[in-house]
Write a protein that binds this ligand. Sequence first.
Ligand code: SF4
Length: 370
Amino acid sequence: MSGIYLHIPFCKKKCSYCDFHFSTSFGKYRNRMIETLCKEITDRITTLKEPIQTIYFGGGTPSLLTSEELDALFSILKTGADLSRVREVTLEANPDDINDSTLENWKKAGITRLSIGLQSFKSSDLEWMNRAHSVEEALQCVPLVQKHGFDNISVDLIYGLPNLTTNEWQDHISKVIAMDVAHISAYCLTIEEKTVLHQLVEKGKLKPAGDDQQSEQFEILSNSLVSAGYDHYEISNFGKPGKHAIHNGNYWKGSHYLGIGPSAHSYDGVTRRWNVSNNFTYMKMEGNLWFENEILEPKDRWNELLLTGLRTSIGVDQQQLFSIFTPDAAFSDKVAQFMRDGWMVIENEHYILTLEGRLKADYIASELFR
Ligand code: SF4
């Protein structure tokens, strides 16, 4: 099974922590961008050799698309491919874009799942992150979405902010549990280069939250959501049974996907491709120039399997890993050490991280890299 990702590179504002590709001044060329996205779909959709199971509108802010723009993209997708086996069509939405009219349009267009960027219920943190929405909009949008018959709703939260106390974090978690959504993604704030927050840290104007605070909030998150009936199936993702994200789940399993739009990535089992991260350069692309690519070496496939698999509750399949390389003594010694530390277990021939191990997932994976 395969998936299609469409990157919509527009945002109303630049959030202070965000290093995704987007532009806030897109008014004059948005028509040209939509035309170029349609052209890329036409050029590349037939390269997907497996049945399409998921479509994902990400960004950027896809909830800024008008109904005409969304219809144009769907129409090209339907013309170019068989969508009869699609099981999940996700659109990322910001609370300030959600209203009766947009919800009706999304329903009509065929969106089956909304991923809503709530992020926080604390006004000063929303302002600090330069989000475009208010606490009231964060609280009101989910009941409105439910009223319109969407039952597959995911909400995003951010923790590990410098001024977020444990009590405030517990309150945010209680609020999303009370919303009774199918899925919750919660990300620990990381200060990425080229972000406003990074500049503040460099100038000595911001002190990031400490590791202890972030770890404590991660443990509160996991324990609270698991007690409320959510599966903690990936480090940052929690789903009610049967409501795990299919699209992202397929990424972690190594399924094929086609990424459309500036900065989007694609994978066909052998080659990884990435589109240029510049709107104007992207709009000049055509033919076979849409992307740069690299053929994954066995070493890359080994490292990627560990990096993604160790983040999931299923873990890393030993058979799949050892089909790439036979494990050497250094690998086995490190695994044994991680097990003694209580960070890793082996179950059903899979390497799986414990809750404590998940706090160090990237470090553990990197120690096992080739
Ligand atoms: S709305 Fe999303 S993509 Fe846009 S700047 Fe904010 S976090 Fe980044």
